[in-house]
Design a binder for this molecule. Structure first.
Ligand SMILES: Nc1nc2c(ncn2[C@@H]2O[C@H](COP(=O)(O)OP(=O)(O)OP(=O)(O)O)[C@@H](O)[C@H]2O)c(=O)[nH]1
Ligand SMILES: [Mg+2]
Ligand SMILES: [Zn+2]
Length: 351
């Protein structure tokens, strides 16, 4: 059963005692008339940083905690919430989150494929930047495939970000992903200090993009270059062990600077886009993926599924896509790519 998503708002819908049957179940809305809308920027052990009055001259960060009435409902980075209480944003104040707005997208992962516990990584983002180093650490195509499946499942647009191009060429990987037609950008650290960052920002304007990927691929390096006024620490060498240690431990949303030549505060500059840095992972569990949602990312193949058996996984003997593609209705390479993604759940991640 899905823990989140469309049905998650049940907390907000209650039967009013004594009125059963006389009225339809309604949402109890203005209980908190002084509530303000806010966006969650980061979550740190029960303390949530909220952006209040976003885009106005009163914009400020307010610390808050979940109120009891939210129950076990999670609040994650990117959530739009209602906050009440001390909204001054002064040091040592704490507001309360009383409501979470319905999410437009939810990026989920589990620790591994058998893990029943879904963790929501980020809510309401439109784009998923899958960050892969071309070397150090070596690219892991299976991991990229899994992240792609997660993006399609979440209804997010994938963007392939290939980092460390000073260490290895991007062409072999790009060739492997060409049939999928995914947007991509290739980066190197030295370039990011000059025009490289703006080239990446062009893919990010006007939407919220989550940066995910294996630890050490350079997500934070990238985000720091994209949002130069905010510097998070990147992989540093641990003085005691002498080994590399990367420091990102929680997701954080940052607003991009306005495009060059655009005055801050001008209307268009209000939504220059958001980037969300996340902690690195070793694996990306996909216990919850629905093949029928993955195929939505392959509109050219969708028509070929009408003759499939019921609940076809599109990766089985009786799947109608083989004959349909053999008849020349779509590119064979597209079907290979779809099958590769669908089987990434079963395959071991190491290859
Ligand atoms: N050679 C090279 N090194 C890079 C490049 N980008 C980042 N690095 C280095 O890679 C290391 C890891 O970078 P981070 O930005 O901390 O990686 P991360 O993906 O945020 O890692 P986690 O927070 O652990 O997930 C750092 O030492 C960076 O300086 C690049 O383009 N080329
Ligand atoms: Mg990091
Ligand atoms: Zn099928």
């Amino acid at each position: 059963m899905r823990r989140y998503g469309k049905d998650a708002d049940e907390d907000d819908i209650r039967n009013r005692p004594g009125r059963k049957g006389s009225r339809p179940r309604t949402r109890i809305r203005p209980k908190h008339e002084d509530a303000a809308d806010a966006m969650i920027l980061t979550v740190d052990r029960g303390r949530l940083t909220c952006l209040v009055d976003a885009g106005t001259k009163n914009e400020r960060e307010v610390m808050a905690m979940k109120s009891r009435e939210l129950g076990r409902k999670g609040v994650v980075v990117g959530d739009i919430v209602n906050v009440v209480g001390d909204l001054s944003g002064e040091p040592d104040t704490l507001a309360r989150i009383v409501r979470v707005e319905e999410r437009t997208s939810v990026l989920r992962r589990t620790a591994d494929d058998d893990d029943p516990y879904e963790r929501i990584v980020v809510a309401n983002a439109q784009q998923l930047a899958i960050v892969t180093a071309l070397a150090d650490p070596e690219p892991r195509p299976r991991l990229i495939d899994r992240c792609l499946v997660a993006a399609y499942d979440a209804g997010m647009e994938p963007l392939l970000v290939l980092t460390k191009s000073d260490l290895a060429p991007a062409e072999p990987l790009l060739e492997a992903y060409a049939p999928l037609g995914i947007k991509y950008v290739v980066t190197r650290r030295d370039d990011l200090e000059t025009e490289g960052a703006e080239a990446v920002r062009e893919h990010l304007r006007g939407q919220a993009t989550v940066f995910i990927g294996h630890s050490g691929v350079g997500k934070t390096t990238l985000v720091n270059a994209l949002v130069p006024m905010h510097q998070r620490s990147t992989g540093i060498v641990n003085a005691v062990t002498g080994r590399g240690r990367h420091t990102t431990v929680s997701a954080l949303a940052l607003r991009l600077p306005p495009p060059p030549g655009m005055k801050p505060g001008s209307k268009k500059a209000l939504d220059p886009g958001w980037v969300i840095d996340t902690p690195g992972f070793r694996s990306f569990g996909l216990s919850h993926i629905d093949p029928s949602r993955v195929i939505l990312a392959f509109p050219d193949l969708e028509a070929g599924t009408v003759d499939c058996p019921r609940a076809c996984s599109h990766d089985e003997k009786d799947c109608a896509l083989d004959a349909w593609v053999a008849d020349g209705h779509a590119e064979q390479a597209r079907l290979y790519s779809l099958r590769r993604l669908l089987s990434s759940k079963e395959a071991r991640e190491g290859d």
